[in-house]
Design a protein around this ligand. Structure first.
Ligand SMILES: NC(=O)c1ccc[n+]([C@@H]2O[C@H](COP(=O)([O-])OP(=O)(O)OC[C@H]3O[C@@H](n4cnc5c(N)ncnc54)[C@H](OP(=O)(O)O)[C@@H]3O)[C@@H](O)[C@H]2O)c1
Length: 271
């Protein structure tokens, strides 16, 4: 891939993608250019990743082939307005939660090639989950290019119904936070049962990684995998019975439902 990638906004998510792309060696530091309105942040990113940063968003977009818009949703209109003329010539990739393709088309025109992405923070570790969708103007080459880039920092799925982004945001976008909470609970429980914090943390982390890998690689349903570690009247069965009686499973469903609704509410403000 010999394209130049511009990032508008050097926040947490842009950094996660940049760091993942560079460490996967899919792109080199010479292929990344970044602008951010906050000078200290630009300098920090420049120092850590040895990439070029500029003050002006328009300059940043002009110099690239693909423009990743990585500002907060509430700053998106300002950036689109400011770089309108240059963005129209580029492949525009928006990672802003809740910003619909039609909103971007409204400011740049329907002929602009746009790809909307919902990544998650695990792209930093090359284990992200990115869901993407293209607009009518973008073609197979455009979507394949972005899929190829993001597949170097994790798994990628293309969808064709934009409405599903709300569920995606709730599940994989916010998902790492749920797992971190689960890890905290597992670790606290281990400490309560007498393990040291360090040991408890390691046990919790490796258990989540191991179960995740098994779920991904074994061609078995999650239920079958769970049954395989649950012997009759054993310790696992005892723990699972408590989790079921406390409504953990239904609480998770309710949580994702609430996050999906929240995404719809936030999104309707940006129309
Ligand atoms: N974090 C996640 O897990 C996650 C997951 C999926 C999608 N996203 C999406 O990714 C986007 C970025 O999120 P984030 O968490 O990385 O936010 P963030 O850390 O606040 O990053 C946004 C960056 O853009 C800068 N910025 C704001 N307005 C700008 C402008 N007009 N020109 C240039 N730079 C500007 C901000 O600077 P100031 O701080 O000075 O305003 C900040 O450095 C959001 O739209 C979010 O919905 C995030």
């Amino acid at each position: 891939m010999d394209k130049i990638i511009s990032f508008i906004g050097a926040g947490k998510m842009a950094e996660a993608i940049i760091s993942g792309l560079l460490s996967s060696k899919r792109v080199t530091n010479k292929q990344v250019i970044i602008s951010d309105k906050y000078d200290n942040r630009r300098m920090e990113i420049e120092k850590i990743y040895n990439v070029r940063t500029v003050t002006g968003n328009t300059v940043c977009v002009t110099e690239g082939d693909i423009a990743f818009l990585a500002v907060k949703p509430q700053d998106m209109a300002e950036v689109l307005e400011q770089c309108k003329d240059t963005l129209k010539q580029k492949l525009v990739v928006s990672i802003a939660a809740g910003i619909e393709i039609s909103f971007i088309e409204g400011l740049l025109g329907k002929q602009t090639r746009i790809i909307r992405v919902m990544p998650n923070i695990a792209v930093t570790e090359g284990e992200g989950m990115s869901v993407l969708m293209k607009n009518a103007a973008a073609d197979a080459t455009d979507i394949n290019l972005v899929k190829d880039l993001l597949s170097s920092v994790g798994d990628v799925i293309e969808i064709r119904n934009e409405e599903l982004f709300h569920a995606v945001t709730a599940l994989s976008g916010s998902g790492p936070a749920y797992i971190f909470m689960f890890l905290e609970a597992l670790s606290d429980a281990g400490v309560r049962m007498g393990l040291s914090r360090d040991v408890s943390n390691r046990l919790a982390i490796q258990t989540v990684i191991g179960a995740g890998k098994m779920a991904k690689n074994a061609e078995l349903s999650f239920a079958t995998l769970r049954e395989a570690v649950t012997s009759p009247a054993g310790t696992t069965a005892e723990a699972l019975a408590v989790l079921e009686s406390k409504g953990v499973r239904s609480s998770i469903v309710e949580a994702i439902k609430a996050a999906t609704q929240r995404s719809k509410d936030i999104s309707s403000r940006n129309k």
